[in-house]
Design a protein around this ligand. Structure first.
Ligand code: ADP
Ligand code: G6P
Length: 471
């Protein structure tokens, strides 16, 4: 274990997440990408904080999160535990089960045993570091740590909050899990259990009512047998809109955008930005784009799709299959529609890109395609509208604005009714929505973007955190 905070009288915070928010690049540590990290980063500087997470196999973690005073507490996992707890139970059992079975969950007792063991290690590390803080609040993140609230509750009277960053499935699906009661009781160790949407919250409360005989539902509260009350709430996660808007106007991003504009001159750009995950609907998106090219010869050579996919969970079989499928589809579409001497219709990057490049791509895009088959929230949608909106004033009225094509099956869709909504399973439908959004009048695109960006700004990451913590 590495460093924690010097004791201060200010109320402390212990954050627990599977991954620590740092990664090693060459011989330097830097803050890493990902929805959860992006979301929490602006918050850890506001109070004495210790962040507990998997050390990723490194015994030389920095003591503090670079650029902040937050302490980092690494939890070591054996190779076998990484396989069984992370690749197995977290990402081959819970992830597909909680994403409406768009992948097939596997149930293995040895994975479950590893999950329990690792959750215990996290809880022990958190309680230890919590002793060094004054009046700590424990803030547990996501599906990898669903047993931790109960384990903390057994060791402290301090407030425990839990946030689920992925969907909570319908109780009928959740009920398939052999260890369903244990997971529910794990979560019910928290004082507050939070979800992105009202729909997920209701699924959780219904699951408790259906599967646990000794709890009573009272409005948004769940009352346990011993009288303890667990509050549930919906609180959609968001982004630091000020930060994204400022960066979008920076010289660095403007320079990169100009370069991209030259490279993609004469073509309208459709953009996808995701982790390479089967929940994100990347093959389906490619197929819908292929359909668009089949139906609209007039668009050949005039539109292209840029797909940026960060490698993710590469040791899990279903992710390996997805990688092969995407390679194959990109090859097929480019083979079918590339014209002699011209650029390819699909530009596929199997890697993450630097933030400045990401923002430049957001600014370049005519259409942002956020078409997951299921997604707890989707921050890319919120980042895109924020960044595009920041650039609106510098554009002429006839230039219009980028349009967001958004899957109905994302948490973000609840807050973004002005997006071009689509059903990602309906290839003809998605292809038609792409065509509609491409031909929308500039004023219409601006009107929609304005409403979307304002809504995201009203409930930004700070509003989210305030609701999570200041109760
Ligand atoms: P998830 O949490 O499932 O990965 P989100 O859309 O909520 O999905 O969050 C993804 C985060 O990772 C966003 O902040 C986004 O900017 C970042 N990201 C996604 N893809 C890339 C990429 N190819 N390069 C750099 N950053 C990326
Ligand atoms: C989603 C999950 C996070 C996870 C992230 C990246 O956002 O909700 O808990 O950290 O994906 O996935 P990874 O498995 O690489 O941590």
């Amino acid at each position: 274990m590495s460093g924690t905070q010097p004791r201060s009288e200010e109320p402390g915070l212990v954050v627990l997440s599977n991954r620590l928010p740092v990664s090693r690049v060459g011989n330097k540590w830097q803050t890493s990408a990902g929805g959860l990290v992006t979301a929490l980063l602006p918050l850890v500087s506001t109070r004495p904080t210790s962040w507990v997470g998997w050390d990723g196999g490194s015994h030389k973690l920095p003591e503090k999160l670079p650029g902040t005073d937050a302490g980092l507490v690494g939890v070591g996992l054996s190779r076998a535990d990484v396989k069984a707890y992370y690749d197995g139970f977290s990402n081959a059992t819970l992830w597909p089960l909680f994403h409406d079975l768009v992948g097939t969950p596997e149930f293995q007792r040895s994975w479950w045993e590893a999950y329990q063991r690792v959750n215990r290690s996290f809880a022990e590390a958190a309680l230890k570091t919590g002793e060094e803080l004054s009046s700590p609040t424990y803030w547990v993140q996501d599906y990898q740590l669903m047993l931790v609230p109960q384990l903390l509750r057994a060791g402290t009277d301090a407030p425990v909050r839990y946030f689920l960053h992925i969907p909570f499935p319908a109780p009928e699906l959740f009920a398939r899990l052999p260890w369903r009661d244990q997971l529910l009781r794990g979560l019910l160790g928290a004082d507050t259990v939070s979800f992105h949407t009202e729909h997920y919250r209701r699924n959780f409360v219904r699951a408790c009512a259906l599967l646990l005989t000794d709890v009573t539902v009272r409005g948004r509260d769940i009352v346990l047998e011993d009288g303890r009350v667990v509050h549930t709430q919906a609180n959609p996660i968001s982004i630091d809109t000020t930060d994204f808007a400022e960066d979008a106007r920076s010289e660095e991003v403007t320079g990169r955008l100009q370069r991209l504009r030259r490279q993609f001159a004469g073509r309208r750009v459709l953009l996808g930005v995701d982790r390479l995950d089967y929940t994100k609907g990347i093959p389906e998106r490619l197929l819908a784009f292929e359909r668009l090219l089949e139906d609209r010869e007039d668009l050949h050579g005039r539109v292209c799709l840029v797909q940026i996919a960060v490698p993710s969970r590469g040791d899990v079989e279903e992710y390996q299959r997805l990688r092969d499928l995407v390679d194959q589809l990109v090859g097929r579409i480019n083979g079918r529609f590339t014209r002699p001497g011209e650029d390819v219709p699909v530009h596929y990057f199997h890697r993450g890109v630097a933030r400045e490049d990401l923002l430049a791509y957001y600014l370049l895009a005519d259409l942002m395609l956020v078409t997951p088959l299921k997604d707890g929230m989707n921050l890319v949608a919120k980042e895109f509208v924020t960044v595009q909106h920041a650039a609106l004033s510098a554009r002429s009225a006839t230039e219009g604005a980028g349009a967001l094509v958004l899957s109905e099956f994302t948490g973000a869709a609840d807050e973004m009714p002005q997006a071009y909504l689509c059903n990602p399973f309906d290839l003809d439908g998605v292809s038609a929505v792409m065509a509609t959004a491409l031909s929308a009048a500039p004023e219409e695109r601006r009107r929609r973007l304005d409403l979307l960006a304002r809504r995201v700004r009203r409930h930004d990451i700070h509003a989210w955190a305030e609701r999570e913590l200041d109760q």
